[in-house]
Design a protein. Structure first.
Length: 122
């Protein structure tokens, strides 16, 4: 089993991704091929879970589009992901926040985590 993990680590190219967790609002820029053209599309929403480690790590992003909840699962090692921007850092107590699926409006909001201001920035 360790040999398989070692081979995955050696041969899987991992892009430099920012640190994010469940509750964070992210924008995923991913490549879409339409015929012979390629473009970058953005998917902005709340990360509701992170799953797996290494080459098989995935994360699920949920957004509301036309009053319908849309979820999409992305592989972290996918070559189609161009970049990930972390827009807000959310403060949640759980690693998988599936309870957002039943919530609408104000109850579906996630409190933003406060960042400590250091004395260097004053």
């Amino acid at each position: 089993m360790d040999r398989i993990k070692q081979l995955e680590k050696e041969y899987t190219p991992m892009n430099a991704m920012p640190v994010f967790k469940a509750g964070d609002t992210v924008t995923v820029h991913y490549k879409i091929k339409e015929g012979n053209k390629e473009r970058i599309q953005q998917f902005q929403g709340v990360v509701i879970q992170r799953k797996g480690t290494g080459a098989t790590a995935t994360f699920t992003v949920r957004k509301i589009s036309n009053n319908i909840g849309v979820e999409r699962i992305f592989a972290l090692a996918s070559p189609f992901i161009d970049k990930i921007d972390v827009n807000k850092v959310g403060q949640v107590r759980r690693a998988r926040i599936f309870y957002l699926r039943e919530r609408r409006g104000k109850s579906a909001r996630i409190q933003e985590k406060r960042q400590a201001v250091s004395d260097d920035n004053k």
